[in-house]
Design a protein around this ligand. Structure first.
Ligand code: ADP
Ligand code: MG
Length: 182
């Protein structure tokens, strides 16, 4: 039996981690063997756990390279990956292999960076996945549905780990307004 790939994407604060944790907890209830991975560089709340903004959490394994999952996930049924945008393109190959070998692979990550550009391996993952769910935050300026992560902090590096002090969820209109003011 083959597996499949599910992608959960959206802006910051859109509930990607919450949705990932929800799906993995349900898999556990179904007595599936679950493993969760995240990039080693994401240590914002906890070195080991995947933690959502409303403080749900699940035990995870930080890894440097997607290839590490091939060995570490070899005996499980369901593989979860959070903050997938921080991995390189090899994540696509690894997720494909895991799915080909019968695993359900659930990948959560930012679909766009703070400039509104597709982020890392996410667009290709969305193309090869059987299921893609785009979740939305609430625009902090106007209350509409938000798809963009607007950077308040001044840094121009693509990766700036941060929280409500450095990013806010914005709709298209308020994101464009903010970009104009920069
Ligand atoms: P993500 O992994 O997509 O960054 P999380 O699952 O960690 O999101 O957090 C989602 C939670 O963030 C929501 O349930 C809510 O409590 C909180 N939150 C904070 N700011 C916002 C916002 N602007 N829109 C929606 N949820 C927000
Ligand atoms: Mg998250």
């Amino acid at each position: 039996r083959r597996g499949w790939i599910e992608v959960v994407c959206g802006s910051m604060f859109s509930g990607k981690t919450e949705e990932l944790i929800r799906r993995l907890n349900r898999a556990k209830i179904a007595r599936q063997h679950v493993e969760i991975f995240k990039p080693g560089l994401d240590t914002r709340y906890h070195a080991q756990d995947v933690v959502s903004h409303n403080a749900n959490s699940i035990r995870s394994t930080p890894i440097q390279l997607p290839e590490e999952m091939l060995l570490l996930a070899s005996s499980c049924d369901v593989v979860g990956v959070d903050e997938a945008q921080f991995f390189d393109a090899s994540l696509v190959e690894v997720c494909t292999q895991l799915a080909n070998h019968g695993k359900r692979v659930i990948v959560a990550g930012l679909d766009m960076d703070y400039l509104g550009q597709p982020f890392g391996p996410m667009p290709v993952l969305m193309a090869v996945a059987e299921y893609v769910t785009k979740v939305h935050a609430v625009c902090v300026c106007c209350g509409e549905i938000a798809s963009y992560s607007f950077r308040i902090a001044a840094s121009e590096s693509k990766i700036l780990l941060g929280e409500t002090d450095s990013y806010e969820a914005r709709c298209r209109g308020c994101f464009l307004e903010g970009q104009k003011g920069k």
